[in-house]
Every structure is written in structure tokens, then in C-alpha cells.
Design a protein around this ligand. Structure first.
Ligand code: PLP
Length: 426
């Protein structure tokens, strides 16, 4: 049973804010970590947004409010706190539904994040419906989270895993995609925006073509939803997933969207409390969607925090997000292109705010460590996309990834620190 419950105080504050012009300094003031000092007096310049985003105060306050005032378990309690927790948790599901443009809350399953969501689809839908000789199609630029679960289900079912190659700009070779797509293709699973290269893939075209051969499509939206408005119905995606922590929300929570009829036909992944209707030792019947896929106590605070993050994104507005990031990407690309011996990996025509690069003769880990001494947070490594590194014949890159709360000064400080690191290491 759920009862109506007033907006939480933080949400009231948020609800009365009318979206105004994009005021970067006011926005930055909302993010406490952007003002943290490291190595003594160096203010953090946070350019590791593809790994995880920073959190605005409203998200932190919402978590605090939940644990201070409403903490209880969901769905099972008749007492007031449980009803409040249930109301807030289910309201967050409604926010995710609207955020993704889904038709119904029943199509939104809370997960631990993108990784868990892909594993759910692979193990529940994939393992149930794939047969020997069927094919799963992924791309060369996938995050490991969208490779390994498919290898596992391939080994379990005898299906084959095929890979759409990319060119040296980091764009999918669509001609090869069309050649690989056949009646044997049962699942196409691809990354909407690449975390290692920034490439924005032609999602609608891929989905429509996959549907043309009767395949089911999963889109890994982990790097898409922080930067652009996503509408799963416009895309006609069968499954779409993202992680809250990359879009201003808490870690350990994310969502899987699935078309209702597909989810109805798919057996649950994990068994336990909440996902059942009736249990006897002989047999169990399952709960309705979406609870069928949410066994055990969920990350209640996380879901509510994600709801606050979504509200914040709406207040900023995706037009503003896209504009700010496009400006910074252009500026950053120009500044990096001036540096002798620097190569940018990922130069697709359609690209999000990721600058992955190496400098001749210098190991990216050394660059990253020296830049950190200046307060610059970048990421060095294979970015959980080792096949991308293999494509370019490199072990790692240094990656600066942008968010709408970054500004030109961040880019200047980053480039200045990069010059300093190069001077020290050459
Ligand atoms: N897919 C992409 C494109 C990612 O960038 C990431 C994280 O970096 C993931 C999947 C995995 O996300 P998570 O670790 O939140 O499950």
C-alpha cells in the first residue's frame, strides 16, 4: 500500500527554481567536490566525468534526507516510514520513466548499474531464447560490460558472437554492419556513446536495421544519458540501460528499460524476496513487472537520489548541456591539436565530450600522475575497452572527459598542466 506524501523539503526548494540562462558559476557552486583541494592548495579540475560524474548538493541532501527522515524497507510495510520510503522509491521510478521516454513504470527495472543490466538481459533474455548457431552482434568499441556478458551467454548457449569493426576515426563501419546482420542475428547490443573515444553511434539506424532481420536490440546508454536527451520510444530500443553515477546520481544504482511485452516474456534473473507472488516448496509464481526483476531489498536511497539527479538535469536542460560540452570539446580539441606529437584517438564526425590521447614517447600513466600533482583529474588506462586499444595498437590512453559543469578555465588549466608534464617527461 502506498500513500501520497508531500514533496521532501529539498525537492520543494528544487521545484520552485525556474530554469534560467546557463550560469556556469552558479551551477559550479552546486557541486561541492569541484571546490576540493588536493596536493595542498590545488583546486580539483575534474575531467574524469566518463568514469563518474560529480554530485550536486541536491542529490547529496536528498540521500541525507531519506536516511534521516524516511529510512525503511519498501513494499512490505504498513507503517508510515515504509509507506514514505515506498512512495519515494516508486516516484523515482516514474522520474526514470519520463527521463527515458518510456511508456510505463513497468518497463523500468532498477539495477546496480549498466553492468548488471546487461548481465540481466544476457542471462534472462539471452540464455532463454538463444540457440546454437544464433548470432549476437556487438561492436569493436564496446565497454567490457557489453562484451563479457555476451561471451558468457555464448558459451552457455552455443550462439556466436560477431563484431562490427570501426575505422581509425572510431566510427562504426556501417557497410560491414549490414553485411554481418542476417537472419541468424538474434541480439544486437551496442554502445550509444563510446566511453573510450566519444563516438556517438547512429543508434536509430542500427536499431531499425536490426529489427529488419527480427533481432532484439540492447543499447548501452551509460555515456549517452549524461550528455543528450534519450527517448527510448523514438529510438524504438528493445532494451536501454544506464548508470546513475554517470549522470549526477549515486553509485550502485541504475536502470534497465525493456519493452513491456519483452519483459513479460522474459523469466526473472534472480530469485528471492519481492520478485514473487506466491511461494510454496513445490512452486513459485512471480510478481508483476517491474518487481519480477528486482529480487531482494533494492538500493532505495540510491533510486531516490537518482530521481533528484534527473530533476537537476531537467533544470539545467539538455540543450544547455549539449551546447556547453560541444563548446568545450571544440576548444579542447583545438588546444590539444597544437601540441607536437599528440594524437587524439576518436575523431568521429559525431562525437561527445571525450578527449582520449597519447603523446609520442611518453607513457599516459606518467602524464596522468604529473597532471594530478597540478590538481587535474584525468583517467589513464584502457578505459575498460581493451579491444579499442588493440585496434590502435596501444596499451592505454590519457582521457579527459567533460561535463556541462566544466568551464574554459578547466580546459586551460588542463592544457597548461599537460605542457608542464610533457616538458618534464621529454
Ligand atoms: N558502458 C559504458 C559505455 C561505460 O562507460 C561504462 C562505465 O564506464 C559501463 C558500461 C559500465 O558502467 P557501470 O560500471 O556503472 O556498470
Amino acid at each position: 500500500m502506498t500513500v501520497a506524501h508531500d514533496l521532501q523539503p529539498e525537492e520543494k526548494k528544487q521545484a520552485i527554481v525556474v530554469p534560467g540562462p546557463f550560469d556556469i558559476e552558479r551551477i559550479r557552486a552546486d557541486f561541492p567536490t569541484l571546490h576540493e583541494k588536493v596536493h595542498g592548495d590545488k583546486t580539483v579540475v575534474y575531467l574524469d566525468n566518463a568514469a563518474t560524474s560529480q554530485k550536486p548538493r541536491i542529490v547529496i541532501d536528498t540521500l541525507n534526507h531519506y536516511y534521516t527522515h524516511d529510512n525503511s524497507n519498501v513494499h512490505r510495510g504498513v507503517h508510515s516510514l515504509s509507506q514514505r520510503a515506498t512512495f519515494a522509491y516508486e516516484r523515482a521510478r516514474g522520474k526514470v520513466k519520463n527521463f527515458l521516454g518510456a511508456e510505463s513504470e513497468k518497463e523500468i527495472i532498477f539495477t546496480r548499474g549498466t553492468t548488471e543490466a546487461i548481465n540481466i538481459v544476457a542471462q534472462s533474455y539471452g540464455r532463454t531464447f538463444l540457440r546454437e548457431g544464433d548470432e549476437i552482434l556487438i561492436s569493436e568499441m564496446e565497454h567490457h560490460a557489453n562484451i563479457v556478458p555476451w561471451q558468457m551467454v555464448r558459451n552457455q548457449t552455443g550462439a556466436k558472437l560477431r563484431v562490427i569493426p570501426m575505422n581509425d576515426r572510431g566510427e562504426l563501419l556501417m557497410e560491414d554492419f549490414y553485411k554481418l546482420l542476417t537472419k541468424r542475428t538474434k541480439i544486437v547490443s551496442f554502445v550509444h556513446v563510446s566511453n573510450a573515444l566519444g563516438t556517438i553511434n547512429p543508434a536509430k539506424e542500427i536499431i531499425d536495421a536490426a529489427h529488419g532481420v527480427g533481432a532484439v536490440v540492447l543499447v548501452d546508454g551509460a555515456q549517452a544519458v549524461p550528455h543528450t536527451r534519450v527517448d527510448v520510444r523514438e529510438l524504438d530500443a528493445d532494451f536501454y540501460t544506464f548508470s546513475a553515477h554517470k549522470v549526477l546520481g549515486p553509485t550502485g544504482i541504475g536502470a534497465l528499460y525493456g519493452k513491456r511485452d519483452l519483459l513479460e516474456r522474459t523469466p526473472p534473473w534472480q530469485g528471492g524476496g519481492d520478485m514473487i507472488d506466491r511461494v510454496t516448496f513445490e512452486e513459485t509464481t512471480y510478481n508483476d513487472l517491474p518487481h519480477k526483476f528486482e529480487a531482494g531489498t533494492p538500493h532505495i536511497a540510491g533510486a531516490i537520489g537518482l530521481g533528484a539527479a534527473i530533476d537537476y538535469m531537467h533544470r539545467i536542460g539538455f540543450e544547455n548541456v549539449e551546447q556547453q560540452e560541444a563548446n568545450l570539446l571544440l576548444y579542447g580539441t583545438e588546444r590539444l591539436s597544437e601540441i607536437e606529437g599528440l594524437r587524439i584517438y576518436g575523431t568521429a564526425a559525431d562525437k561527445a565530450g571525450v578527449l582520449s590521447f597519447n603523446v609520442d614517447g611518453i607513457h599516459p600513466h606518467d602524464l596522468g600522475s604529473i597532471m594530478d600533482m597540478e590538481g587535474i583529474a584525468t583517467r589513464v588506462g584502457h578505459h575498460c575497452a581493451q579491444p579499442v586499444m588493440q585496434h590502435f595498437g596501444i596499451p592505454a590512453t590519457c582521457r579527459a572527459s567533460l561535463a556541462f559543469y566544466n568551464n574554459t578555465e578547466d580546459m586551460d588549466l588542463f592544457v597548461q598542466a599537460l605542457y608542464k608534464a610533457i616538458r618534464m617527461l621529454k
